[in-house]
Ligand binder design. Structure first.
Ligand code: COS
Length: 383
């Protein structure tokens, strides 16, 4: 694998950083306090191309390669993980599922608006009683004439109250993971309700919602893929999502490193900048090594994905390592900032709060370890 970025990749990364430093970084603390980003940022992100990076040009996207996508996710994670989540759930989890499994009509209907940031999508998999054990979800879809009627509930759904369309995973037969199907549900369909979950530790700028479905009726062409294929669609999409989370965690580590180097270089104690003390340099060195190691694991997974090779285990390793590294780095950054690290005038406490969910969602660290363990041993610890 060649680690040299092409001119296009380096150019997009520079464009992304410049845009985010101007349009997001100055506002992130206020958005975090307000528990909502200013939604006027969404079409601006669309114009730059963030929502269309892995959507082909024929569906209104930019059609970039996966490494460019992970570079964008890293820059978004460095700037504001709440914004990163809005983008990657809409274009990544929702958009990728439609791109890979949709009919031509479904792609034409949804992807151009998703790629432009004109509408948002969400991904309805997790339920109040089924998080890691996604294959046993309980939301039901039953056939009624030509329609499907959905009843049930979802929780922790990013973009839930803002989305125009939800990808909803529902049980169409009692056959474990093989009995799950996927449906594209416009959120203005009668019986669909989204309720925002307030008071989150991190990612406060993005809307996270509980969804409920009370006799939500959708036509036959709302089915994505085949009946019974829903769990595989979810798992395939999450493989890519885990690479995106890993990339955004690289951005958190990188952001913590940059902030810590800058702060400790000018903060003096005992007559010297604290960056001159060995114990502070140890913190900086640990963050720097974690940033490189997490980035290399992430790029390796993206490279496998780009070449069409199996990459699920590489995605799990990248997500596991990078998310744990993000928590470590943010914790160290708060320590290096001392009392100033504890208040929201400085960005490092937000990095810590945002990093904390990264080891939980899109598959906990424990799930990733068991996936890696299963790949190494051939023994399934989930049964
Ligand atoms: N890609 C394609 N197919 C996959 C797949 C993948 N990554 N992972 C599993 N499948 C398929 C399997 O091949 C199997 O197919 P068959 O029925 O044809 O044999 C089917 O799906 C069931 O697979 P498996 O037996 O592995 O299902 P499990 O219920 O054991 O899955 C884990 C267990 C824990 C791995 C899975 O439920 C998981 O990843 N949970 C975490 C969910 C998650 O990330 N939630 C966060 C949601 S977004 S915030």
């Amino acid at each position: 694998m060649d680690l040299t970025l092409t001119d296009e990749q380096a150019g997009f990364r520079a464009l992304a950083r410049d845009f985010l430093d101007r349009e997001v970084v100055p506002h992130r603390a206020a958005w975090d306090r307000a528990e909502s980003v200013d939604l006027a940022i969404i079409p601006k992100l669309g114009e730059i191309g963030f929502f269309g990076l892995t959507i082909p040009e024929e569906y209104g996207g930019v059609g970039g390669d996966y490494l460019t996508y992970v570079l964008a996710a890293e820059e978004l994670g460095r700037a504001d993980s709440a914004i990163r989540g809005i983008v990657s759930v809409s274009s990544g989890l929702f958009g990728t599922s439609v791109l890979r499994h949709g009919t031509e009509e479904q792609k034409q209907r949804w992807l151009p608006d998703i790629a432009a940031g004109r509408i948002l999508g969400c991904f309805g998999l997790t339920e109040p009683g089924h998080g890691s054990d996604a294959g046993n979800l309980r939301t039901r879809a039953r056939r009624d004439g030509d329609d499907w009627v959905i009843d049930g509930s979802k929780v922790f759904i990013t973009n839930g109250t803002w989305a125009d369309v939800a990808l909803v995973f529902a049980r169409t037969s009692d056959d474990g993971p093989r009995g799950v199907s996927a449906f594209l549900v416009p959120t203005d369909t009668p019986g669909f309700e989204a309720t925002e979950i307030k008071g989150k530790l991190g990612l406060r700028g993005q809307a996270t919602a509980a969804l409920s479905f009370d006799g939500v009726r959708v036509p036959a062409d709302a089915l994505l893929g085949e009946v019974g294929q829903g769990f595989k669609i979810a798992m395939q999409t999450l493989d890519k999502g885990r690479v995106t989370i890993a990339a955004s965690c690289v951005g958190i580590v990188q952001g913590c490193l940059e902030e810590t180097v800058a702060y400790t270089g000018q903060r003096e104690q005992f007559g010297q900048p604290i960056a001159s003390y060995q114990l502070v340099q140890e913190m900086i060195a640990d963050m720097s090594v974690d940033a490189d190691a997490a980035r290399l694991l992430t790029w390796r997974a993206a490279d496998l994905m780009q070449r069409g090779e199996p990459y699920g285990t590489a995605a799990s390793k990248a997500k596991l390592f990078a998310s744990e590294a993000a928590v470590r780095a943010a914790n160290l950054a708060v320590q290096a900032f001392g009392g100033y690290g504890f208040i929201d005038e400085y960005p490092v406490q937000k990095y810590l709060r945002d990093a904390r969910v990264m080891t939980l969602y899109e598959g906990t660290s424990q799930v990733q370890k068991l996936l890696v363990g299963r790949a190494e041993t051939g023994i399934n610890a989930f049964v």
